[in-house]
Design a protein around this ligand. Structure first.
Ligand code: FE2
Length: 504
């Protein structure tokens, strides 16, 4: 009837047109077209009896009652309900004849049609508004979670944030993921003030998953919805209180990763299709992300192994340079720390420093391992290695930001380096850092043409060439690292460390 009150204005307008008072009677209460209702209780009782007759007969009726003529007909309202639409007018001011009765019947039919259409339009509008609200919530949730699930660096903490967002959007008492193959990926978020949530949520979740697994043959479209645990014996025994739950499989390309589920102890509501669709979408995206993460880790490990093979290939040609690439890389990472470079800059520097001499693969072994002084022609061969390294690695897109360090690591600040004779700031920072680390390691390692010198002696030489050959600021930074206040010793295999980082 509350909706009918919205019709009062509409009734008042019709009342003006047909010169009669209009009333809607739903069997419980009356809605009048005018503010001032008749104060004759006897008349009101007659009016209600007249309404009841209309509803019983489900057709147009009219009668005279005291000073009034009454006309009425049934009116359909939403939810399959029928109410009585009644018009009454004072007989002393209105005619009662056949033409008047027909006119009132036609008028009431037209008014009823307009009210019915208006109400159904209102109902449709409310449903659309509700659907729009649900869609908006879904879009808002998708926009929050998409960056998280698309990130290659998806982690346990990203998953927890995702679950917290989903928990807030769904308004349930408990939400969980069960992904046994990933350590830390089986987690739950529960409503803290919900006394119904078991004292041992993890145990409850495990029992629920066991029960679902037993039901898996009946699982359709990889999701499972039970609106009331009391109605299914397998689930009734899982908790003393009635609960409803929705569980969907986290699966991609027939690889099952686990389950995403949500539980509510409010069984007066049900899980709607839109909520199931939302959970299924999140579970699917989660599965794709886990799959992509696996591929990404495999790709990273492949790159590490390819680089390891390349480095070993150079060292196999020139035994004197064994361990050189890893040491240079380690020194570079210390300098990068000192300079507070970004994570991306450190990563590019890491690959550039490991691979800086990769072009030596194309240099004849007799030149690389010659004990004496190199001829001009032989030195010409050596000078080609930065460009050869650049050409070898250029097709590998993930190494694009490391190419500058490889191509220019033999440039000098005074412009007397190779291959391009760049000066000062024209030389990329990455290349200037590698030059410092490379120079230090070359002097502190035995070479076929000369024995090694001590770290202190090497630092003194570097100090002399700071500003002409090497970047003075970087030499100072490296000196503070290498002068004994900070350790430079090998603290483990670089490739093993990289494998550890990328397999997490
Ligand atoms: Fe080099």
């Amino acid at each position: 009837m509350k909706e009918m009150l919205h019709c009062t204005k509409l009734l008042a307008s019709f009342s003006e047109i047909c010169k009669a008072h209009l009333v809607i009677d739903d069997g419980k209460e009356l809605s009048f077209s005018t503010q001032s209702e008749p104060n004759d209780s006897h008349f009101i009782q007659s009016l209600r009896r007249f309404s009841a007759d209309i509803l019983d007969g489900n057709s147009f009726k009219w009668k005279s009652q005291g000073h009034y003529n009454l006309y009425g007909r049934p009116l359909k309202v939403p939810d399959a309900q029928t109410v009585a639409l009644v018009a009454y007018s004072d007989r002393r001011t209105a005619l009662t004849n056949c033409s008047n009765i027909v006119r009132m019947r036609n008028s009431l039919a037209a008014i009823a049609e307009l009210i019915e259409n208006w109400q159904f339009a209102q109902q449709e509008s409310e449903q659309l508004t509700e659907q729009l609200g649900e869609s908006f919530e879904a879009i808002a949730l998708y926009s929050r979670i998409t960056p998280q699930i698309m990130a290659f660096t998806f982690s346990e903490s990203t998953l927890r944030t995702l679950m917290e967002d989903l928990f807030e959007a769904m308004g349930v008492d408990l939400i969980f993921t069960s992904i046994p193959s990933r350590e830390g990926y089986s987690l739950f978020v529960r409503r803290e003030d919900a006394s119904s949530v078991d004292a041992d949520p993890q145990g409850f979740i495990e029992n629920l998953i066991d029960a679902i697994s037993a039901d898996t043959p009946s699982l359709e479209e990889q999701h499972f919805v039970v609106q009331n645990s009391r109605s299914v014996p397998n689930y009734e025994k899982l908790h003393p209180e009635a609960f409803r739950f929705l569980v969907t499989a986290i699966e991609h390309q027939s690889v099952p990763y686990g389950w995403l589920g949500m539980v509510s102890f409010s069984t007066d509501k049900i899980f709607r299709y839109s909520e199931l669709r939302m959970a299924a979408t999140v579970a699917k995206q989660l599965a794709i992300t886990l799959s992509n993460n696996d591929l990404y880790i495999e790709l990273q490990l492949l790159v590490i192994n390819v680089v390891r093979s390349l480095v070993h290939a150079i060292e196999a040609k020139d035994v004197y340079t064994k361990g050189h690439s890893e040491r240079v890389s380690r020194y570079c990472s210390r300098i990068a720390e000192k300079l507070c470079l970004s994570k991306e800059e450190k990563n590019s520097l890491l690959w550039a420093s490991i691979l800086h001499d990769i072009g030596k693969i194309g240099i004849p072994e007799r030149v690389l391992t010659k004990p004496g002084k190199l001829s001009a022609e032989e030195f010409g061969w050596i000078k080609l290695h930065p460009e050869k390294g650049y050409d070898i690695l250029k097709p590998i897109e993930p190494l694009a930001k490391s190419l500058g360090g490889i191509l220019y690591h033999h440039e000098r600040l005074d412009g007397k380096g190779y291959p391009s004779g760049l000066r000062g700031g024209e030389i990329p920072l990455q290349a200037r850092i590698i030059a410092v680390a490379d120079t230090f390691d070359a002097m502190t390692s035995d070479r076929p043409y000369r024995p090694k010198i001590t770290a202190k002696e090497a630092l003194a030489v570097m100090d002399e060439v700071a500003g002409t050959q090497l970047d003075a600021e970087l030499v100072r930074a490296f000196t503070t690292i290498a002068d004994g206040t900070e350790k430079l010793e090998d603290d483990g295999g670089l490739f093993e460390k990289l494998e550890g980082i990328h397999s997490r």
